[in-house]
Design a protein around this ligand. Structure first.
Ligand SMILES: [Zn+2]
Length: 172
């Protein structure tokens, strides 16, 4: 009836690049190194979606060696993965996520990130959660050498969503 999926990603920080998290440009970087825009949060979310639908992982769908994805906008990749998952008969019930970053402070950006993910995934912002933590000065995240993200999604059959919205309409 329901399918859950988890995704995790980590990228090395690179002050020469812009920081993009959840499809939002974060002004007070450091940026992240990667073959695409290195959006660690969207990469984790893409893997969570593919995992829940048992459709492989981000590397299989968008091979790093493929030059087509070199400067890829990860929001486009997410849009494509949401389409793939929907074609397989699933709807997104909710998304939960945590970004682990020593800097910058993400609190001022969380609402924008949440709205952006919801817009790209075609769901209400109330179904998207974005949390932020520091690395407490420990490990690569704590030393500011990397930013890590973890995402979890719940998928429900599209037919169940249709039945539920039908019920809501009937109840009105
Ligand atoms: Zn990545």
């Amino acid at each position: 009836m329901f399918r859950t999926g988890i995704g995790e990603d980590v990228h090395r920080t690179d002050p020469s690049r812009p920081l993009i998290l959840g499809g939002v440009l974060i002004e007070d970087g450091p940026g992240l190194r990667g073959h695409s825009d290195a959006d660690v949060l969207l990469h984790a979310l893409i893997d969570a979606l593919l995992g829940a639908a048992a459709l492989g992982d981000i590397g299989e769908h968008f091979p790093p060696a493929d030059s087509a994805f070199r400067e890829a906008d990860s929001a486009d990749l997410l849009r494509r993965v949401v389409e793939i998952v929907r074609r397989d008969g699933w709807e997104i019930e909710n998304v939960d996520s945590t970004v682990h970053a020593e800097a910058p402070v993400l609190r001022p950006y969380k609402a924008a990130i949440r709205d952006r993910i919801a817009a790209v995934a075609g769901i209400e912002p109330g179904r998207v959660s974005v949390k932020a933590k520091t690395g407490e000065g420990l490990d690569a995240v704590g030393r500011g050498e990397a930013i890590r993200a973890v995402a979890l999604v719940l998928l429900v059959p599209e037919a169940a969503v249709r039945a539920r919205t039908g019920d809501e309409k009937a109840a009105r």
